[in-house]
Design a protein. Structure first.
Length: 254
């Protein structure tokens, strides 16, 4: 058996694990950071929690005799991606990144690009607005610096403690989110600006399409710079790359 470690947390990681589990010559482990209280069900054994930085990850790769690491973390998990690149190089383990392409603005989109979460907060301006925050829990706290706005906050798990502002409403949900549902949500809450990460993919694109149809601005948090490693954009491409680099071992009759 050849051991493959998938660094997950995305739908693509789960889909890739489901594809690779069919190969009897591979032992797949899916690693999750553990930030979600109730993670989605996975098709392979799961390891939850951090590794202790690149040193801890390198030690894990060697101890578990990992032959390949697939970094299928979220496009904004820049620290984990950097640790994966360093640990793989140090351990002489092959590394493949599965990175979905970012969204690009089309006719009708009203995007304001922000380099940092602080820039996104400032982009809302001084006048009170009704902002839909479609961000992770880590980023939401920054908006306490702009308490003049009304916030609609959607997250997989409850925001605890709540955002320290006078007016905030919370929606708990796990994607995919369709355009019609997001348009209805934004109309119901009279949203006039959306703050989002450029996550790419279809699962959370509904809010972007809904903002376009409603003529609403989107403050788009720019993606971080990720390590320059071998990368593919789709699950199918990842499977094809792995089949080429680690071709299936065929059983021979006696």
């Amino acid at each position: 058996m050849r051991h493959v470690l998938i660094l997950g947390g995305t739908a693509e990681a789960r889909q890739l694990a489901g594809r690779l589990v069919r190969r009897r010559d591979l032992a797949i482990t899916l690693s999750l950071a553990g930030r979600t209280a109730v993670p989605a069900e996975q098709p392979v054994p799961v390891r939850i929690g951090g590794f202790g930085g690149p040193d801890g990850l390198a030690a894990y790769l060697m101890a578990q005799q990992i032959e390949l690491v697939i970094d299928a973390t979220h496009p904004y998990a820049a620290v984990m991606s950097a640790h994966a690149a360093e640990a793989a190089a140090r351990s002489k383990v092959r590394l493949l990144a599965l990175r979905r392409p970012p969204w690009t603005a089309i006719d009708g989109d009203l995007w304001i690009e922000a380099g940092t979460i602080g820039d996104a907060v400032r982009a809302l301006g001084a006048a009170p607005r009704r902002a839909f925050l479609a961000l992770g829990r880590k980023e939401v706290d920054a908006f306490a610096a702009a308490p003049q706005h009304d916030y609609l906050i959607r997250s997989v798990d409850p925001i605890d403690p709540p955002l320290r502002v006078p007016r905030a409403r919370y929606v708990i949900g796990r994607g995919p989110f369709g355009e019609a549902d997001d348009r209805a949500l934004m109309a119901r809450h009279q949203t006039n600006v959306v703050v989002a990460k450029n996550s790419g993919g279809e699962a959370t694109y509904g809010k972007i399409a809904a903002a376009r149809s409603l003529g609403i601005e989107v403050v788009m948090l720019r993606r971080p710079v990720l390590p320059a490693v071998t990368a593919v954009e789709t699950v199918q491409d990842a499977v094809g790359w792995l089949d080429h680099e680690l071709p299936p071992i065929t059983e021979r009759g006696v």
